[in-house]
Design a protein around this ligand. Structure first.
Ligand code: GDP
Length: 406
């Protein structure tokens, strides 16, 4: 589990994958019952909010200390929650402790999963069961095939203004009703004769006594909407420029292999001459490095400059993502490229790429069949990717490149 950006004082989140299912883990500081101490009630608040957010709850108990009164209290709270609860008896580092953890059956909440965080035992069995609770994509879903677009970015970049402008109405939802934060607001929208779904995460503001929550939720929500979407529009406040946080969001989108469009917003506020856009574009390309294929638009939500163009671009990126290049065409082009600039020999061995094909995957994936795939180095891969992109477009879309033994 990696704890990338977004660690709060009281909760951590991380994300992981198990047998092809991606998930986010929220780790809370623990539940304290029956105290009026404000710090403890803040922790309680955090736990409650984490429960609201979660699909599945892992109730961690300690197999060394055994069943405590606090476990029983907390079990009573969890019984009220209409979500699957797994009792996880931690520190079951050996068989003796595993047996001992059977006493948690007394809670009457079903199966007990002895695990050891220290040596990992039991975690596989637990995860197998946990991922069964994750919903699989609904067959016959009317939204199937409709591009899902998420608007992400730092607070104040202009996300709500953008979404409101598109939807043509004020939508600034302030809510403190438990449960509402779980659902992002998805609006089906029509423009240029195209249907798309806007995953609106910006309009949600949650009131809370705990101060970090706004930042926490905005990060959490960004992760969720990136996972849910096909294409994300990363909104950057052009007066502040492209910052480290923006890069983290891009890395996340890249990790999940999503399409991206960058919107440099508040362009109306930037003092500029005819070279400014080009200059910024160039600087950005350098920062983006291998993600330089992402289109950048200079927009103003205030004056509506290039707002619809951005949507058009996002839809184009969605279409690029499902583009298929016929094998014969791909071979004809790529094999010529390779012939004119073959992979450099490694350890005196010549590398021959004989055949290229696009795999029938959701994310564009190109397989190169060759004699010594292990000798194809990063710079050469980059070269092939660049030539491929120059020829076939695929703007804004990450591409997987595989080298396989022929
Ligand atoms: P969010 O936190 O990303 O949802 O940002 P908001 O949509 O709430 O916008 C933050 C502030 O920036 C608001 O005061 C908006 O009116 C303002 N804003 C948004 N887009 C633009 C723009 O293109 N130009 C200017 N000048 N202000 C903008």
């Amino acid at each position: 589990m990696d704890d990338e950006a977004g660690v709060t004082r009281d909760r951590h989140y991380g994300y992981g994958e198990w047998i092809g299912k991606n998930y986010t883990v929220i780790d809370t500081g623990g539940y304290v019952t029956g105290s009026e101490d404000t710090f403890e009630s803040a922790i309680r608040e955090q736990v409650k909010e984490a429960i609201d957010e979660a699909t599945v709850i892992l109730f961690m108990v300690d197999s060394h200390t055994g069943l405590t009164g606090m476990d029983k209290d907390f079990a009573n709270i969890l019984r009220e929650v209409k979500k699957p609860v797994f009792i996880v008896a931690n520190k079951a580092d050996n068989t003796e402790y595993s047996f001992q953890s059977a006493e948690f059956y007394e809670l009457g909440m079903g199966e007990v999963y002895p695990v050891s965080s220290a040596n990992g035992s039991g975690t596989g069995d637990l995860l197998d069961e946990v991922v069964k609770e994750f919903q699989t994509e609904d067959e016959g879903n009317p939204d199937e095939g409709v591009p899902r677009i998420a608007v992400v970015g730092r607070p104040n970049a202009g996300k709500s203004s953008f979404v409101n402008l598109l939807l043509g109405k004020e939508r600034n939802i302030v809510t403190d009703i438990a449960g509402t934060t779980r659902d992002s607001i998805n609006s089906r929208y029509k423009a240029f004769g195209k249907d798309f779904i806007l995953t609106d995460t910006a309009g949600i503001r949650r009131k809370s006594r705990v101060k970090e929550n706004i930042e926490f939720y905005s990060v959490m929500r960004a992760i969720q909407s990136i996972q849910d979407c096909d294409v994300c529009i990363l909104m950057v406040d052009a007066t502040r420029g492209f910052e480290a946080q923006d890069m983290s969001i891009l890395s996340l989108a890249n990790k999940y292999k999503k399409g991206v469009v960058i919107m440099m917003n508040k362009w109306d506020l930037v003092e500029k001459d005819h070279k400014t856009a080009v200059k910024i574009q160039k600087g950005l390309k350098e920062k983006l490095g291998p993600l330089g294929y992402i289109p950048v638009l200079f927009t103003s939500v205030l004056t509506k400059q290039r707002v619809l163009k951005t949507v058009e671009e996002a839809i184009q990126v969605f279409e690029n993502r499902s583009k298929r290049i016929p094998t014969s065409e791909l071979n004809e082009f790529m094999l010529k490229v390779i012939e004119s600039y073959p992979p450099p020999a490694t350890k005196g061995k010549h590398i021959k790429i004989k055949y290229v094909t696009q795999l029938p995957t959701k994310v564009p994936s190109i397989a190169f069949f060759c004699n010594l795939p292990q000798y194809i180095k990063e710079p050469y891969q980059r070269f092939l990717e660049n030539r491929f992109r120059e020829e076939y477009g695929f703007e804004g879309v990450p591409i997987n490149m595989f080298f396989r033994q022929k």
